[in-house]
Design a protein around this ligand. Structure first.
Ligand SMILES: [Zn+2]
Length: 587
């Protein structure tokens, strides 16, 4: 049972979705049809779907003729149940509908919100429960579907989907087919003025013309990442792995849409320092897309596993030191965030009763989940644990599973086979209790230790220009900024800025750390840059800490709300859902 879906797949189950949609950029709506193929487990039951912000115009049954349908009362978070009365012969239904301004999955961008400013742009974001706002279906990750689509786009724009592209036919529509069953949140569409550059025979990148060449260079290690992941965890099963670099309004770092990762341009730092995100999205091709959380309470099965795999891929492609730095930073982030979370949000198997799946969003399922797997690797040895993981992916491929399913599999395939080792790790506590167990692996990094040395010298009075920072990489600068003391003054920040030019940084991670400090310590020379960044970038990971820091003082909150008023129309619903709460914004 998925508490975030109205659907009743145990009675009538959707198995395939066939879309035919016209994208109308002027009206900012998609309209057309969704044909849903059905498996009728209970021949007397109606079809129950999820829908939110959709205008359903008519429903036809494959047995012939229109079918009665009703939209139930709307739940603020879940939307409505769309109930369709079926006739005995119906094997599918054809739903005529259009999207609306309340279709939160779809973000329509004006030309000026794109890199080149020459055409509009559309992308969808389905995770967690937004697919129901652009396609009426059983929007639960427990129901996997295959899909195909015909997308009619305006002249000059290219449509891409999380699916195999097919030949365009006479009508000019872009056509797609996804033959592997995926959870609905992985059905994704983007459309804009984009071009493609190959990285290898099976991977490449889409982006706007002014971005695509740089993106190709920045992401040139992607093929090596795929090969590494395959060597570790078995074959890549989705044929192609492409990426699309979206405009900065995209609310996430990346979204692991199968065959086509959607990514923020903020990972293009110019020095490959932020490509761990690609390793992460690629790793989802195993954990998340191949083996999927059955409900959003099992989200850590997607993300904890993926962060673990990401670390292993980064280690293979970029070396142990890079992977260790990223793990140390991640652990610091986890400890800081966990300290502010109520106990129920510190638990891996999340309690989301009465909440939107994104309501409990934190780094806990990501980092605490990965630490559990690192702990298991430590206890059982890398070789044995890799064998376990490869089999786990193999035996659950194209299935959606719960935390209980995982626990049972772990018990029978790993723990019970080596009871003496199993006694060293309390898996139940890791998964079901708050906090971080004492046996959590504590990574260390010699490269970050060097930063600590320089921080100590700075605290002892050394001037910024005397510090040994030559050759420092992004992660070292982040560690430096995160290690500055609470007593930092605006004068000290000005001196640091003169030497290291943080306010002018083009690296979004470093810049976010710096701007957070600027707000906290009243360094007003960064105000203009802060405002520019908040108006330009829609990635929640950066917006959340910056607005949170602003909201801590009355004056800051006023400033934040003034910026937010202008920026909010440019943010995706995923971001405004979080920010409205922080800024006490009445939409
Ligand atoms: Zn992820």
């Amino acid at each position: 049972m998925d508490i975030h879906s109205h659907s009743e797949p145990n009675r009538v189950r959707v198995t395939h979705v066939s879309l035919d949609l016209v994208l109308d950029f002027e009206a900012r709506e998609a309209r057309g049809t969704a044909e849903l193929s059905l498996e009728r487990l209970d021949p007397n039951a109606p079809l129950v779907l999820d829908a939110r912000g959709l205008l359903v115009e008519n429903v036809m049954g494959s047995g012939g003729g229109p079918r009665d349908f009703a939209l139930g009362e709307e739940d603020e978070q879940l939307g409505s149940a769309l109930t369709i009365a079926l006739e005995p012969l119906d094997r599918s239904v054809l739903i005529g509908y259009r999207t609306s301004a309340r279709s939160d999955a779809m973000q329509w961008l004006a030309p000026e919100q794109t890199a080149d400013g020459e055409g509009p742009f559309l992308f969808t974001q389905g995770q967690s429960i937004f697919t129901r706002t652009w396609i009426p279906l059983q929007d639960t990750p427990g129901v996997r579907v295959t899909y195909d689509a015909a997308v009619h786009a305006p002249e000059g724009l290219t449509a891409v989907m999380s699916a195999e592209p097919l030949e365009r036919e006479d009508d000019g529509a872009f056509r797609f087919r996804m033959e592997q069953p995926v959870p609905p949140y992985l059905i994704a569409l983007a459309c804009g003025r984009i071009e493609f550059r190959a990285i290898s025979s099976r991977c490449g990148v889409w982006a706007e013309p002014s971005v695509v060449a740089g993106a190709r260079d920045e992401l040139s290690d992607t093929e090596a990442m795929i090969a590494s992941a395959e060597a570790l965890f078995g074959p890549y099963r989705w044929e192609r792995y492409d990426l699309i670099i979206l405009p900065p309004a995209f609310p996430f770092g990346g979204m692991e849409n199968p065959r086509l990762t959607f990514a923020t341009p903020t990972i293009l730092a110019g020095d490959k320092s932020l490509v761990a995100l690609v390793a992460h999205e690629l790793a989802h091709s195993w954990s998340g897309n191949l083996v999927t959380n059955a409900t959003w309470s099992d989200f850590w099965l997607n993300e904890g596993f993926t962060v673990y795999l990401e670390g292993r891929i980064m280690e293979r492609v970029f070396g142990k030191e890079r992977a260790e730095m990223e793990q140390v930073l991640a652990l610091h982030g986890l400890e800081k965030e966990m300290a502010e979370l109520e106990p129920r949000d510190q638990v891996l198997h999340g309690d989301l009763a009465g909440r939107h799946p994104d309501g409990g969003f934190s780094v806990v399922p990501y980092q605490k989940g990965a630490l559990l797997l690192r702990r298991l690797e430590q206890v059982f040895g890398r070789e044995a644990f890799d064998r376990f993981l490869t089999r786990y992916f193999d035996e659950h491929a194209f299935q959606s599973i719960t935390t209980a399913d995982f626990e049972a599999y772990l018990r029978s395939e790993l723990l019970e086979r080596s009871p003496a080792l199993a006694a060293q790790v309390d898996v139940r506590r890791w998964i079901h209790e708050p906090g971080l167990p004492e046996d959590a692996p504590r990574p260390s990094s010699s490269l970050l230790a060097k930063v600590d040395t320089e921080l100590a010298r700075w605290r002892a009075g050394a001037a910024p220009e005397e510090l040994e920072t030559r050759g420092w990489v992004t992660q070292q600068w982040q560690h430096f900024l995160q290690g500055l003391p609470e007593t930092l003054t605006a004068e000290q920040m000005a001196a640091l800025d003169r030497s290291f030019h943080f306010t002018a940084s083009k690296n979004s991670e470093v810049l976010t750390d710096w701007l957070t400090l600027a707000i906290r310590h009243g360094y007003s020379a960064a105000d203009a840059r802060l405002e520019e960044f908040l108006l330009d970038v829609g990635r929640r990971k950066f917006l959340k800490p910056l607005y949170t820091e602003l909201a801590k003082t009355e004056d800051g909150l006023r400033r934040a709300r003034a910026i937010y008023e202008r920026a909010r129309p440019r943010y995706h619903a995923v971001a405004t859902g979080t920010l409205d709460k922080i800024l006490k914004w009445e939409a």
